[in-house]
Design a protein around this ligand. Structure first.
Ligand code: ATP
Length: 316
């Protein structure tokens, strides 16, 4: 599928004849092929008599041959898919045969991208980054404390390096620009968290998406902020930056990164409500503790909270 899409990814018109010659097929085979691609990816395609075909929006497709050698140098093995249910789910499935080597799962689209607490991450074909980093952690709970917040720092720095200004973090692991979500992180564990386990850091970054259905909160994308970017360069910058942050975290723990995290927290010092299914607390956000839990002042007392069910919202 991707050979034909690659020819069209510049977003310009290409005639059926030109595409057919490039692929060694007839013009009607090109048309059939394009209908299949449209069915599988939901990409919008224009077909104009006399001019040919063009995509409604240009794409920046992921290139295995370009990415693989450079990710190898960063010690990440690459698994790249057109469409997968969820890159985190695929990473979990690959773990038993992955051996010791850290690996990445990347996909052009997810059909069941995961958010926290069973929510869906909207993942249209070819527009964003859907990426999971899987690796082994020795040393138990101490090595895991604050890891998902550290992943947030790495995503934020990656976006800053690309030129997206005003990026900030929202506890526990969302990345925002100007009050709108640009990226989310979902950390999953298997094995014994007190001893040896595998960590999967799933990262979704809105890259070239300009329209989306099914997102029930404000969102933005890199394209909306600074224009279209090459998703291959984004993968490489993210993999390198995450590697540096994970090394710092493994060597010195979350306490060494805590100040940096707090300095980037968009709701630091603000009145917020923390909720789980069963309770709600309102107070002032003071920061995070040594384990990455949220510190709040409630009725004059400081308290820390942590756990995957918690959700923080800014008070109106
Ligand atoms: P929390 O503070 O509890 O993490 P959240 O609403 O940010 O709240 P997540 O599980 O992090 O929850 O993300 C899932 C939510 O993110 C979805 O319910 C949807 O509102 C939103 N969402 C889904 N896909 C995208 C996307 N591509 N870009 C931005 N936001 C999205």
């Amino acid at each position: 599928m991707n050979r034909l899409l690659r020819l069209l990814q510049d977003g310009r018109f290409h005639s059926g004849q030109e595409l057919g010659e490039a692929l060694g097929v007839t013009r009607s085979a090109v048309w059939k092929h394009l209908q299949r691609i449209q069915g599988e990816t939901a990409l919008s395609l224009y077909r104009v008599p006399g001019r040919g075909y063009r995509l409604a929006e240009p794409l920046s497709l992921l290139e295995y041959e370009y990415l693989n050698p450079q990710l190898m140098q960063l010690n990440w093995a690459l698994n790249l898919y057109d469409t997968i249910d969820s890159t985190n789910a695929e990473a979990l499935r690959l773990l038993p045969r992955a051996g010791e080597r850290p690996f990445i799962v990347l996909a052009e689209a997810q059909t069941a991208g995961r958010g926290r607490r069973g929510r869906l991450w909207v993942s249209p074909f070819g527009q964003n980054l859907y990426c999971s980093f899987a690796f082994k952690v020795h040393g138990g709970a101490k090595q895991l404390a604050g890891m998902s917040l550290v992943a947030g720092l790495a995503v934020m720095q990656t976006l800053r390096r690309l030129g997206v200004a005003e990026v900030g973090l929202k506890w526990p692991n969302d990345v925002y620009v100007d009050g709108r979500k640009i990226a989310g992180i979902l950390l999953e564990l298997t094995g014994d968290p007190a001893d040896v386990c595998h960590v999967i850091i799933g990262v979704g970054i809105n890259v070239n998406m300009v329209r989306a259905e099914g997102i029930d909160q404000l969102w933005t994308s890199i394209k909306e902020q600074i224009g279209m970017v090459d998703r291959n360069e984004l993968v490489l910058t993210l993999a390198a930056t995450l590697g540096v942050y994970l090394d710092r975290h493994s060597a010195a723990g979350f306490s060494a990164l805590r100040d940096e995290w707090e300095a980037s927290h968009i709701w630091q010092g603000r009145n917020c409500t923390l909720s789980s299914g069963s309770y709600e607390f309102s107070g002032v956000v003071l920061g995070v503790d040594q384990q990455g839990g949220i510190r709040m002042r409630l009725d004059g007392c400081e308290r820390s909270f942590s756990g995957g069910e918690l959700s923080l919202r800014l008070d109106p």
